[in-house]
Design a binder for this molecule. Structure first.
Ligand code: HEC
Length: 159
């Protein structure tokens, strides 16, 4: 067999595999939201912080995911769905009301930490979502907010 023939067979086999992959559809559901249980409902989040959460966190940490076109094309679809399902499992702003007080405090200090060490928004998310590329100032704002809220919960202080 010559190289041309091998390349041709290779591309046919590759094409068939690609088509077959499309039949394996990952979970792309947005579970219904009980508005009384959202983090936004429970914490009185300032508008600028709320906007940052929408811009950089909602897609993976809420049940309001905007599924992009490539989340419909395997294998990207599998990766996107995996990140969203994992993200929601760890921290879901739409299900905040189900968390115990100690868990809420842990998540808020987790936000503080993740924003400071730049592990969130997930770095691989940013190139395709430039609005999630927070400035240092925005990171500072969100970190300060999360720290303050965590302290409130841990100290049981009123404000
Ligand atoms: C592309 C999806 C994605 C985006 C966008 C994203 N996260 Fe995450 N996040 C994850 C995944 C997946 C995990 C769990 C695995 C890990 O820790 O890397 C996680 C974990 C976390 C955790 C740890 C929760 C815990 O206690 O285990 C925090 C806190 C967090 N994210 C906050 C944020 C914040 C705040 C933003 C926005 C500024 C954000 N994330 C944006 C996917 C995402």
């Amino acid at each position: 067999m010559n190289l041309k023939k091998i390349a041709k067979i290779g591309s046919i086999v590759g094409g068939i595999i690609f088509v077959l992959m499309q039949f394996i559809q990952p979970n792309r559901t947005n579970p219904e939201i009980d508005q009384s249980k959202t983090m936004q409902n429970e914490l009185n989040i300032p508008a600028d912080i709320s906007a940052l959460l929408d811009r950089g966190c909602n897609d993976c940490h809420s049940n309001q995911t905007k599924w992009p076109f490539y989340s419909y094309i395997a294998p990207a679809s599998w990766l996107v769905s995996y990140d969203v399902m994992e993200g929601r499992k760890h921290f879901n702003m739409s299900e905040w009301g189900n968390y115990k007080l100690s868990k809420k405090a842990t998540k808020l200090s987790g936000i503080y930490q993740a924003i400071n060490d730049r592990s969130m928004p997930m770095p691989k998310y940013i190139p395709l979502h430039p609005e999630a590329n927070f400035t240092d100032g925005e990171r500072g704002q969100m970190a300060a907010w999360a720290q303050k809220e965590a302290e409130k919960l841990m100290g049981g202080e009123e404000e």
